[in-house]
Ligand binder design. Structure first.
Ligand SMILES: C[S@@+](CC[C@H](N)C(=O)[O-])C[C@H]1O[C@@H](n2cnc3c(N)ncnc32)[C@H](O)[C@@H]1O
Length: 321
């Protein structure tokens, strides 16, 4: 695909705003006291709050009342229901509707090469070191990455592009990216790997040229991930709030970015514990810009902001590289 514009865009400021307020609603409508917020009764809001927390770990503070109404009222309309109380009853009785409700409630915003520092760290420090170690026989030529809240796929495919720059096809490396999410809707989109062409602006020129295909005919105005990167990524449904995770094994890199900000504190702690169980001894855990582990008791140390290694693990920084 011919490149349109170089360099990833850093959307940190927009994300920060979104962590506190839904960008789809005008800001003056936010808050418990707004007119829209009154469309749901106190008791109904409390019921949804508890259900969503129990199912997904996501905590909707009272200020998110308007957001909840905004995201679910279309569903009430489609089902011909007159109140949130009726919708609550439906959701409790019907697992498929419960999943659809969570699809509507979750925030799925994502970008290619989001938080570029993370990708620079991989390309400049981690991948070259692991390649050198493998050449010296110090590690297998195998890398496993988990994108643990992958949304519509931009994160795992960015990782696939980053991997192939250092470990091109034919270099003898066994590469694998597992991409999971709670929402089956975003997983379906991620699997299709087709995005609006405007998204090409988020991808550095070299990666765009090497790995993306421009849509033609009915796909005009879109781009699609090329076969080299599609081959590396596979998808699965995984609720990070589950008490136990499936047997997915250990990963050299675990990305869990911009999801824990929506979680209640206890649920967040449980998830981080699980993520660390799935992180290889020499691996790295990547969290979002607003998701620091500083001040927690987890046995980790910060490598660069919001990237963590097991405490005691030896990485390139200690080795003076
Ligand atoms: C804001 S997006 C972040 C996507 C990507 N990690 C990034 O940083 O660009 C948050 C994603 O977390 C997912 N999510 C929310 N709750 C979840 C849960 N309990 N388990 C797994 N995924 C969840 C949402 O469906 C959504 O796709």
């Amino acid at each position: 695909m011919s490149a349109l514009r170089p360099n990833a865009l850093d959307r940190d400021r927009r994300d920060r705003r979104q962590a506190g307020a839904d960008a789809r609603l005008p800001l003056h409508e936010q808050g418990a006291g707004s007119e829209i917020g009154q469309l749901i009764r106190d008791q109904e809001f409390a019921q949804f709050q508890a259900l969503i927390h129990g199912e997904a770990g996501i905590w909707l503070a009272p200020v998110k009342r308007t957001l909840l109404v905004g995201r679910l009222s279309g569903r009430l309309r489609d089902l011909g229901l007159a109140s949130f109380g009726e919708y609550y009853e439906r959701v409790v009785a019907d697992a498929a509707e419960r999943a659809r409700m969570l699809d509507h409630v979750t925030t799925n915003e994502t970008h290619f090469f989001r938080e570029p520092r993370h990708f620079e760290f991989l390309a400049e420090e981690v991948f070259p070191r692991w390649r050198a170690e493998a050449e010296e026989g110090g590690r297998p030529r195998r890398l496993r990455i988990w994108s643990a809240a992958c949304s519509t796929g931009e994160e795992p495919y960015s990782l696939a592009m980053a991997l192939l720059r250092t470990f091109p096809p034919g270099s003898g490396w066994d590469l694998e990216i597992l991409a999971t999410d709670l929402s089956t809707r975003v997983l379906d989109l991620a699997q299709k790997a087709v995005w609006p062409l405007e998204k090409s602006r988020e991808i550095p020129e070299a990666e765009l040229k090497a790995f993306m295909l421009r849509g033609i005919g009915p796909l005009q105005g879109t781009m699609k991930a090329g076969p080299e990167i599609r081959e590396l990524v596979h998808f699965a449904h995984l609720n990070l709030n589950d008490a136990e995770y499936p047997a997915i094994g250990e990963f050299d890199l675990v990305f869990c970015r911009n999801v824990l900000i929506y979680f209640a504190a206890a649920a967040r702690e449980q998830v981080v514990g699980h993520l660390l169980e799935h992180l290889a001894p020499s691996g790295y855990l990547f969290l979002g810009h607003a998701e620091s582990l500083s001040g927690t008791a987890f046995p980790v140390r910060s490598v660069i902001p919001n990237i963590y290694a097991h405490r005691g693990a030896r990485t390139g920084r200690e080795a003076g590289r």
